[in-house]
Design a protein around this ligand. Structure first.
Ligand SMILES: [Zn+2]
Length: 72
């Protein structure tokens, strides 16, 4: 079951909602101001940012590339 991040534009509260088959069709309600009119789903990009950062580490002296281990 996916967890979605939402932000309430009314009180700027950010919260996560676990979507199940029982509440999937119900409007998401802000836990703080209990409004469902100003709640918007946000794109959680943290996972993508982490994976792209680790993939872009250069293979060099600072990167610890195993091919630079000194066989000559
Ligand atoms: Zn709110």
């Amino acid at each position: 079951m996916p967890i979605y991040e939402y932000v309430c534009k009314k009180c700027t509260k950010q919260f996560e909602v676990l979507k199940t088959s029982s509440n999937d069709n119900e409007p998401v309600q802000c836990p703080d101001c209990e409004s469902s009119d100003e709640v918007h789903k946000t794109i959680s990009s943290g996972i993508f940012r982490m994976s792209s950062a680790s993939a872009s580490i250069p293979c060099g002296p600072a990167g610890g590339c195993p091919s630079n281990s000194g066989f000559s």
